[in-house]
Design a protein around this ligand. Structure first.
Ligand code: HEC
Ligand SMILES: [Cu+2]
Length: 326
């Protein structure tokens, strides 16, 4: 088959790098919510670690004591010791910790004047909508640095949970309900989030990338995404689009500006600029995309996309068309 080089797309190197370098440690916070949670985590770890050590020391003392013959053992049941260790000390430690935790939890409530993003969990991928900007993407969230983001979340099937360890806490996505999660990112970069509620076979492969851009780049990104869905004129792209529509892909997927309006799978209007495929399974490039379309079950067994039977001569046009959808 003759390979056509007339269609060019952005090099995938940057996306692959973003995908591979995504940060995901709760002890390396990159946002105010994550910092509060990390601080609380350290306080808890030190306080409870100290208590654990104290208990171990007391246990060792008690074991040594019981080795001595009964006659020389000191009497048991020291009231002051019990009152101190059983009541006063726990109260002094637990009450301030409880108050501190409640205050942190209160601060983690979403501010009202934030960028709104609607996140819907499905087995095993994420639908991402910007209602005010009228943009739909999947499996990744673009946000401006330094601006609060209000995630309004729900689920299309079972309970999922959104957790970006280096950005904020963990919130469940519940069918029939809307839960709200607040996050803000301090530095440009990519951050990995993960479904944190067991939701079936491919639960572990339900990642989500949070990509934070400087505000001006975010504005440019928004404009670019809003202008998608234009008619294609290149013959290769036209052939690819026909193949997409004829193979029934549009029953499950939406590509804006075409007859494909399916809602079963991720929106593919911007699939060409996705950092990964299958919610973090592989970095997105020409080869992995062709592999995914040929047999998605090989890359992510049990996922809800069937293998396709695209004609050999349509393969290159179809993949080129999808890669061109940025
Ligand atoms: C029966 C519904 C169905 C059909 C038909 C279908 N898909 Fe999918 N597709 C899905 C689902 C569901 C997913 C998400 C799978 C996952 O990640 O768990 C998906 C994922 C994808 C992805 C990866 C998207 C991403 O953001 O990671 C691509 C690309 C894709 N499909 C292309 C196609 C093409 C091309 C066709 C036609 C040859 C097609 N699909 C047919 C349901 C379908
Ligand atoms: Cu899940």
């Amino acid at each position: 088959m003759k390979i056509d080089h007339s269609v060019q797309f952005e090099t995938p190197a940057k996306r692959i790098q973003e995908f591979l370098e995504a940060k995901s440690s709760a002890f390396q916070p990159f946002g105010p919510a994550a910092s509060m949670i990390a601080d609380l985590g350290w306080i808890m770890l030190l306080a409870f670690g100290g208590i654990f050590l104290l208990v171990i020391v007391l246990l060792v003392l008690a074991l040594r004591r019981s080795r001595r013959p009964a006659a020389v053992r000191p009497p048991m049941g020291d009231t002051i010791f019990i009152a101190l260790g059983g009541l006063i000390l726990p109260t002094l430690i637990l009450v301030p910790l409880l108050i501190h935790t409640l205050l942190v939890t209160k601060k983690l409530e979403a501010p009202a004047d934030a960028l709104v993003i609607r996140l819907t969990g499905f087995m095993w991928w994420w639908d991402v909508k910007y209602p005010e900007q009228d943009i739909t993407i999947a499996n990744e969230i673009y946000v401006p640095v330094g601006q609060p983001v209000r995630l309004e979340m729900t689920s299309g099937d079972v309970i999922h949970s959104f957790w970006p360890p280096s950005l904020s806490g963990k919130t469940d996505l519940i069918p029939g309900q809307t839960t709200v999660h607040w996050l803000e990112v301090d530095e440009p970069g990519s951050y990995r989030a993960q479904c944190a509620e067991f939701c079936g076979l491919q639960h572990a492969r339900m990642a989500l990338m949070v990509i934070a851009l400087p505000p001006d780049e975010f504005a440019a990104w928004t404009t670019k995404k809003q202008n998608a869905g234009v008619e294609v004129h290149d013959p290769i792209l036209q052939q690819g689009q026909r193949a997409f529509l004829n193979e029934g892909c549009g029953e499950c997927h939406t590509i804006r500006g075409t007859a494909a309006q399916g809602k079963v799978g991720p929106d593919l209007t911007h699939i060409g600029s996705r950092s990964s495929l299958g919610a973090g399974v592989v970095a997105n490039n020409y080869g992995s995309l062709a592999g995914w379309v040929a047999n998605p079950q090989a890359l992510k067994p049990g996922n809800h996309m069937p293998p396709s039977y695209v004609q050999a001569e349509d393969y290159h046009p179809l993949i080129t068309y999808l890669m061109s959808l940025e």
